[in-house]
Design a protein around this ligand. Structure first.
Ligand SMILES: [Zn+2]
Length: 361
């Protein structure tokens, strides 16, 4: 006859092993969710160094997500060779907002450089940039934006201008430098509204009309990092993306000249072959791992998944702007549990390429 104590002992053993081996799976099955995980948004930075000695310039793009002229122009520079000087590029500071095509998916990032809560979804990126500026200590930082309207015909508009916080700060002659660039660039623009004047916000002055600028990146650079920083603005109302990018390239060309930075191909070549840079011939695809199986997807697809499934986005292929977001959930979340269905748009910056749908069956 079987010893009841032995039977009890085996039962306890089995129960214990079930718990230790499969607590995770059991929980996933019990709440019936499909877990989907994406890698964190990358913090892109590029460093290019020329053989010849020259200046050191840091380019920041994409602090505002709905300003493609700015982040596309910064991104183009990642694909050039630097002949003289050093170039540091952070093209997509606010990647979640770029993919959402919103100015600030988590509020205005350019108001977070004086202070930011550790709970803010932008915290990591803002902190990173502040440290990066202090670490690199460039001779000049240029932050790129697409503002509203045309400053030359409406002095309250931020579009088409070079913004400085002061005529002069310590030994940085911001006004003089910005005016030199403005004069040179304006030879290319015949339309009055497209001209790019200098806009001094007098941020340090007690009676500035723009005290909010004390929370901006350029003010942080000057005051906290002792780095001269200037903001370049094209206009959201320029006729197309090409013209916005062109404005930024023309401005950067002149600042680079002043700072002894040379690139190859040069700015004239890039501007006259802009399509090559803005519409690269790439094949977009995404690597997924679904319940341990690798799948490569390059067009719209619907996956029907049993409860408890796990999906991981393991790789994006295309451009540096290729990533995935879902408008069904908070886009900051990179790990989600779903009960019914969710759709992820695979995008190249603001542009949707294809959609992946996951349905729980
Ligand atoms: Zn902006």
């Amino acid at each position: 006859m079987e010893d009841p104590r032995r039977r009890e002992f085996i039962k306890t053993l089995l129960a214990a092993s079930f718990l230790t081996l499969s607590t995770k799976e059991a929980l996933a099955c019990r709440n019936g969710r499909v877990k989907i995980e994406l890698p964190p948004f990358p913090l892109q930075e590029t460093y290019l160094r020329g053989e010849k000695k020259g200046g050191r310039v840091l380019i920041v793009g994409g602090i505002h997500g709905n300003e493609p002229g700015a982040y596309k122009a910064a991104d183009i520079l990642r694909h050039v060779k630097v002949k003289r000087g050093e170039l540091f590029i952070a093209p997509r500071m606010n990647f979640v907002s770029i993919l959402a095509d919103r100015r600030g998916y988590n509020g205005d990032m350019n108001r977070k450089f004086a202070s930011i809560s550790p709970k803010d979804p932008d915290y990591k990126r803002v902190k990173w940039l502040k440290n990066y500026v202090k670490e690199v200590k460039p001779e000049l930082l240029l932050t790129l934006h697409d503002g509203f309207g045309f400053h030359s015909v409406n002095p309250r508009a931020w579009g088409q201008c070079i913004v400085i916080d002061a005529e002069r700060y310590k030994n940085f002659h911001l006004g003089k430098k910005a005016r030199t660039v403005s004069e040179r660039v304006n030879r290319f623009f015949t339309k009055r509204e497209w001209k790019v004047p200098v806009y001094n916000t007098n941020t340090f002055s007690p009676d500035t009309k723009h005290p909010e600028q004390r929370k901006s990146l350029t003010y942080f650079c000057l005051k906290e990092a002792n780095v001269p920083a200037i903001c370049l603005e094209t206009s959201k109302q320029m006729p197309n993306l090409e013209m916005k990018v062109k404005t930024h390239l023309l401005l950067m060309k002149e600042f680079f000249k002043l700072h002894n930075v040379e690139i190859e191909p040069d700015f004239n070549y890039i501007i006259s072959h802009l399509d090559q840079f803005l519409k690269p011939k790439v094949h977009y695809s995404v690597n997924l791992n679904i319940n341990g199986r690798n799948v490569l997807v390059s067009s719209n697809r619907t996956f029907k998944l049993p409860k408890g499934s796990r999906v991981e986005f393991t790789g994006f292929h295309g451009t540096a702007g290729t990533n995935a977001v879902s408008s069904d959930v908070n886009m900051n979340l990179r790990k989600v549990g779903i009960r019914r269905r969710i759709a992820f748009d695979v995008k190249d910056d603001f542009k949707r390429i294809f959609t992946l749908r996951f349905i729980v069956v």
